[in-house]
Design a protein around this ligand. Sequence first.
Ligand SMILES: Cc1cc2nc3c(=O)[nH]c(=O)nc-3n(C[C@H](O)[C@H](O)[C@H](O)COP(=O)(O)O)c2cc1C
Length: 385
Amino acid sequence: MDTRTARRKFLQYLAASPIFAAESPLITNPAQAISVFDFEPVARKNIPPAHFGYLSTGVDDERTLRANQEAFARLQLRPRRLIDVSRIDTSVELFGVKWPTPIFLCPCGNQKAYHPDGESAVARAANGRPTLKILSTVATVSVEEVTRAAGRPVWQQLYPTSRWEVGERIVRRAEAAGCPVLVITVDLVGDRNAETAKRSVANDSRQCASCHPVPTFSGRKPSFDGIDTTGLSMRSPNFNWESVRRIRAITKMKIVLKGIGTHEDARIAAEQGIDGLIVSNHGGRSEDSGRASIDCLPEVVDAVRGRMPVMVDGGIRRGTDIVKAIALGASAVGIGRPYLWALGAFGQAGVEKVLDLLRIEFELAMKQCGARSVAEIKPAHVTRG
Ligand SMILES: Cc1cc2nc3c(=O)[nH]c(=O)nc-3n(C[C@H](O)[C@H](O)[C@H](O)COP(=O)(O)O)c2cc1C
């Protein structure tokens, strides 16, 4: 080989190397995105460092955060052949409402930290691509405005907070706004050690008084309009099954518990007549057990024995992940960070593109499995090798 050919080959080799792929130019509009991962570096560039750190963080060593995604890689699909998959139905039904796909938008707080339109942009995307949206207690847009932007009722997530009457007002307001389902998050009872978030705050020199005015960051959220939030905390370490019963007594909304991960808790929930569960570890933001939510799903599904829908979130980034979760018994799957990256990158259009990409990938994975409907995705479609 002459020197010039050798040089050309060496340059071609370098260009194909993953080291340089990481340096590839950022996408400049949502249409260029090939996977949900294309939005992350754009969001990192657009969002102030402290806010991006809050978005990305897990807790402690971030073992749970990593496990959520890695566990999907350990699960394998079992493709099936010679089935006519020219027509695919990706729809699911949850509490009597039909959705075009099993994908829902997880409750994630503080979305104006990523884009000036915050939850309104996400709600408009959920309107354009009819998708179930769960609104966080610490959203930066009110439940009434988000419901209007979504064009349909959203589900309300509840942090019961440190004062019963505050949680009660949020519940009553959500019901009045037409929310059919209350999602009580039960996995963030104490405080948490969000190290990446702490480090990114230390590396952000901006004076962020516009984001964090007195009395508290949470205190000025629309959920707390008209409420004296002095001394209020989002944590409620004394919240227990009796508290859930008290909430049940004040609302007609269905009650879903978010953050269940064991068969013991799932069984109690079923005995208590809870309407649904979300197997979740808060995207690795509440504990560092190292246990992925997809690995918790089977024991919860077994314990529930079909008495209520079991949903799952955490680490879902691909259509194949959605098929795996459904094969293991999930009725629907939630995404968090992928749509936040897209929001931070391009607002509403970014979130729409994330929903499009995941739907297309999901359809392809269904076809590979010979599953023509979500109901045809069976446990036999997945194996641990
Ligand atoms: C920035 C951020 C904020 C979040 N805020 C909330 C919240 O307010 N309430 C809640 O129940 N879960 C919250 N979560 C957890 C998500 O609802 C969801 O469980 C998680 O993001 C799913 O994992 P994924 O990000 O890997 O998709 C938040 C997650 C992130 C990333």
